[in-house]
Design a binder for this molecule. Structure first.
Ligand code: XMP
Length: 536
């Protein structure tokens, strides 16, 4: 392990304890490599990512039930293309090569790989050869004609004589292969993506028909292992955790608390830009229920004075970011003797920061997550990131296992700069109060109509314009509030939610009647792109 890796205290993958099933995923740099690991977990088997440089002996020592070679952007003949130790194909471990993983394995075992006539990207019709769907095979119970998702330039063109072809597509004669004497299988397509409708079945077949797994992995096991690892890394030291009240930091705090109890101190920065009752929810959950050492840094005055007279969204963010670092640093200094800082970095954050490749995981940089914490070297902490292999919905499942309240576990994302980017124009306490009241009504109605879990993010925005209205017998000239509700997989793109009109009508009527100073409510029907989710 490199110095950088040990500095991050990411424990190396350990050998599976006797009886514990483990399937390894060798990461050749595909964007979907972690998705393979995730599908394996979904199928009830523990999985870990490893680097292509792992020697066969090291892999054998981990006693895996199976090994998957992921896809990747390289071409096998390219100089510097990632390779694996060819001795892995002599191990008595079933191997599934996916896309580049299949091409590399076939190439190392004597087959010919060539550039296809055209890059194939998207849906392809696949036909299975007779016998491919029999019991105990990769395609057991999968229809003889189905479709799969392809994304490749190269493909295996000349198959060495010890291989059999299991399936083909019109443009890919060896879309799936099997070695006759070694436990090797290869697929040119991507079974891990949902666009391959039987992909999850194929992965299950690999695990259950070929690797003979029993499916013993549960999220509760992940929790136990993380708790154990955290205890091992932290020893008798203390840990500091920045708690924002979002799902990720809440799950990290609850997990750390289970691992080290009162040697965890959480800091929650009240920046005065929070939603109604947000601070109360965090306090009642973590201080009253979990009884953890929670310190509140009440810095609302500082944040609001920084924002006085500022209308430019970027300048608001800069000022909030700077103040946050200052407040957090002060709060951290007050926590004596903490050596570690815990963060809720998730796998998509790791990918976004461009370091998703297990082969490079030693170099993973600190990702500036929601709270916008200062760089680690400025704080002088070592980092603990127990969620870095998980996807968001897995974190929610973990939160449920930890006993966090539904309100926290299923929370929509909330931006670090808080309501400051939803009060358009100048942020003042009276305008924040108006927005908080509108937002509370909106969330109440959306939740009681059963739309909170069906949407990805719902919020109100206070616009910097006034409009004419009529109330009673009088003319009003008051604020306009916009309602934003979106559905999104990854928040990189989003569509506006088709909320029922009667729900929108109730929200609108309650807002103009119950919140002073608002005379008009509008509904945002912009998708992202071209609009962003937040208005600023
Ligand atoms: P946009 O507005 O860029 O938002 O479409 C995408 C997602 O990111 C959240 N968001 C932020 N989160 N700090 C954050 O921690 C920020 O400055 C920030 N800006 C936007 C937004 O709420 C949505 O979930």
């Amino acid at each position: 392990m490199t110095a950088a890796a040990s500095e991050h205290r990411q424990p190396p993958p350990a050998a599976a304890p006797a009886g514990e099933e483990l399937v390894l995923v060798m990461d050749f740099g595909s964007q979907t490599a972690q998705l393979i690991a995730r599908r394996i977990r979904d199928a009830g088997v523990k999985s870990l990512m490893i680097s292509p440089s792992a020697p066969a002996a090291e892999i054998a020592a981990m006693r895996p039930a199976g090994l998957v070679l992921s896809g990747g952007p390289a071409s096998v003949y390219e100089a510097g293309a990632p390779r694996c130790d060819p001795a892995i194909f002599d191990l008595p471990v079933p191997i599934l090569g996916v896309c580049y993983g299949m091409q590399l394995a076939c190439h190392l075992m004597g087959s010919k790989v060539t550039r296809g006539a055209a890059r194939e990207f998207g849906r392809a019709e696949i036909t299975l050869n007779p016998g491919a769907a029999a019991k105990g095979q990769l395609f057991t119970s999968i229809p003889a004609h189905t479709h799969v998702w392809m994304s490749h330039g190269d493909q295996v063109s000349g198959l060495e004589s010890s291989f059999d072809t299991l399936a083909s597509t019109p443009t890919c004669p060896h879309a799936a292969v099997k070695h006759r004497t070694r436990p090797f299988y290869g697929v040119q397509f991507h079974p891990e993506v949902t666009h391959s409708p039987h992909g999850a079945d194929l992965i299950r077949n690999f695990l259950y028909e070929i690797c003979h797994c029993r499916g013993t992995w549960r999220m509760a096991d992940f929790l136990d292992r993380q708790v154990e690892q955290v205890r091992g890394v932290v020893g008798r030291e203390r840990v500091l955790c920045g708690l924002s009240g979002g799902v990720d930091s809440s799950v990290v705090a609850a997990l750390l608390h289970r691992a080290i109890g009162d040697r965890l101190t959480c800091v929650f920065v009240d920046n005065g830009l929070l939603r109604k009752n947000e601070r109360n929810l965090v306090e009642s959950t973590f201080r009253d229920h979990f009884r953890l050492d929670l310190r509140i840094a009440d810095a609302s005055r500082g944040f609001l004075s920084d924002l006085a007279g500022i209308e430019d969204p970027q300048e608001k963010r800069r000022r909030i970011g700077r103040r946050f670092i200052e407040v957090f640093k002060q709060a951290a200094l007050a926590v004596r003797g903490a050596k570690f800082l815990a963060q809720g970095t998730l796998y998509p954050d790791v990918i976004e920061s461009g370091h998703g490749h297990a082969g490079q995981s030693a170099n993973i940089k600190l990702h500036h997550n929601v709270g916008g914490l200062p760089p680690r070297h400025e704080l002088g902490f070592e980092l603990i990131e127990p969620l870095r292999d998980l996807f968001k919905d897995e974190v929610r499942k973990l939160g449920e296992v930890l006993g966090l309240p539904e309100q926290l576990v299923w929370r929509h994302p909330f931006p670090g700069p808080g309501l400051a980017v939803r009060v358009l124009g100048e942020v003042t306490e009276p305008r924040l109060c108006v927005l908080r009241d509108c937002d509370e009504i909106l969330l109440e109605e959306v939740t009681s109509a059963g739309y909170y879990r069906k949407t990805s993010q719902v919020f109100a925005v206070l616009l910097p314009v006034r409009s004419v209205g009529v109330m009673g017998d009088g003319r009003t000239y008051d604020s306009v509030v916009a309602i934003r509700a979106v559905e999104s997989e990854d928040f990189m793109s989003a569509d506006w939610a088709r909320l029922p009109h009667d729900l929108l009508a109730r929200v609108s009527s309650r807002i103009v009647n119950e919140v002073g100073g608002v005379s008009r409510v509008v509904y945002d029907i912009s998708s992202k792109p071209p609009a962003t989710i937040e208005w600023e």
